[in-house]
Design a protein around this ligand. Sequence first.
Ligand SMILES: [Ca+2]
Length: 542
Amino acid sequence: MPKFKVFPPSYLCAFCASVVQIGRCFLRWSHLRISSFSKVSHLRFKVLGLSALYIPAFSACFQRAVAATNSQSNSLPNIVIILTDDQGYADVGVFGAKGFKTPNLDRLASEGTVFRNFHDAQPVCSASRCALLTGCYPNRLGIHGALGPRSKVGLSASETTLAELLRKNGYATAIFGKWHLGDAPEFLPTRHGFDEYFGLPYSNDMWPRHPDIVKAQEQGKVSRVKYPDLPLLAGEKAVIPNVTHQDQNQLTTWYTEHAVKFIEHNREKPFFLYLAHNSPHVPLHVSEKFRGKSAQGLYGDVIEEIDWSVGQVLEALKRWHLEQNTWIIFTSDNGPWLSYGNHAGSAGPLREGKGTNWEGGTRVPCIMRWPGKIPAGGDSSNMLMTIDLIPTIARRIGAELPAHVIDGLDVWPLIAHQPGAKNPHSSYWFYYEVNQLQAVTTGDGHWKLQLPHTYRTMRGQKPGHDGLPGPYRNVKLEHAELYDLVSDIGESTDVSSAYPGIVEQLEREAEKARKELGDALKRRAGSGQREPGRVVAMESSP
Ligand SMILES: [Ca+2]
C-alpha cells in the first residue's frame, strides 16, 4: 500500500497552495529546497524520507498552485504607456521616418496595430498629459499650457488619475520620466496614485541652460527667461538637485533601467508602467552609445535611443513571459516643435506642429500591442484621443470610473478592430492657450472645423538650427474653415462653402463645448469647469 494515502493529493495541494507564496522560487530557480520545507511545523519529517515518492507529487501540486496564483494575478492585464515628448507624426519608421531607424517600434507595430488618427487633447505638454491621465479635456480641470517650475497650480487632488484607478484595482504603479502636472509636493506623482517616481518634474528646457538663456549669455546679455535649478526626483526627493548636460545625456538610459527593474520586481502582480521620456524635447540629449549614429543627426540619434528603450521594455516583458498579458501603448504628447529646425521632428504630411490645433499639433504616432486582443499587423485610421484611454482600460479590467464627469468614452471596439465599430463621440473638441476653442472634429475624424483664432506658423520663416529656435509668425484665421481629413489630411483646402450642413453640424458641436467648458475667444464660461489644485499660501508670521 503506498504511503501516499497518508497524505492524499487534496491535502498535498492544500499544503502546497498555503506555502506557495513563500516558495514561489521553488520552480523558478529549479532548486528543491527540502530543508526549508522541513521547517513547516505541521508536516512531519517522514515526508522527507519518502521524498522519492512525494517530490513528483509536490512538483505537480506546486505547478498547479503556482499556475493558479499566476492566473489570478495575470487575469488583469499589465498596462504599459510609453509617452515621448514632442515626437512628430512621421518620426517612427512605420509612419515614414527618414534618416533614422526604429526597428523596435516597427516590430511593435507588426505585432500590434498602428493608429494613424490618434490625437492628444491639446498640442502642449501639461495639458496633453492631464488628458492622458484623467480622461478629461485638460481645460475642464483648469490645466492649460505647460506649467512652469514652482507653478502655483497643478492637478487637483480631487481628480482621479489612471494610476489611482489601477492602484485601487491591485496594480503596482510607476512613472519614470516627465510628470509636468505640478512640481509642488502636493501635486507630484506620488500624490496621484504612483507608487514609484523617478524623473524630471517638468520639461527639460525649463533649466538654467535653456537655449534662450545660453544665447543671451553668448551675446553678453541677460535673458528675460529665468529658471531655477532643474531637479531629478526619486519619489519626492531631489536625488540630483541641479541636473547637468551629462545627466540629461543619461535620462533615457536611466528611465529605461528603472522601467526594466520595475517590470522584473512586479512580474507576479498586475502593473501600470508609465514611461514618459523627456526626449526628444529640446534641448536634445543622447547617451554616447547613440551619439552620431543616425544619418539624420542628433534628432535621429535621440529617436534611435528611444527606440532602443522600447526594445529593452519589450525584452523585459518577454524575459518574464508577460508579453501575452500586457497592453502596450506607445505615443507622443504633441507634435514636433518646428521652430527648432534640425532639432525638431517631422509632422510628415500634416499641417503645422506643436502649439497649434492643426493636425501636426495633435495627431501623433500611436502603436498598441496586446497579443490576441489587438490585431497583429493592424493599421487603423479610426480617430481616437488620449481622453478615451481611461474609460477603455477601466472597462477592460472591470474597474469603476470616477464619480465625476470625464470626457473620454470606451473605444475598445475601435481599438480591437471589431467589425462595424463606430466612434461613440459626436465630436472632439480642440482647445489651446487658456481655454480657447480653436477647432472641432466629428467623432469619426472625417471633418474638422477650424474656428476663427490666431495660430503660430513657421511657413516662410527662417527655421532654427542646432538647438536655437527660429521665430514664429502669428496668423489670424478670420473665418471658420472646413477640412475633409479623409481626402485632405494636410488641411490644404477649405471646403466650407461646399458642405454648409457639415459646418452647421460642427458649429452646434462647438456650442456644446462652449456650454460645457467655455471659450475664451467668445468670452464664455462653461458650466462643467472644475478648479485646478492650488498651492496653499503659507501664512506669514505675525
Ligand atoms: Ca511636449
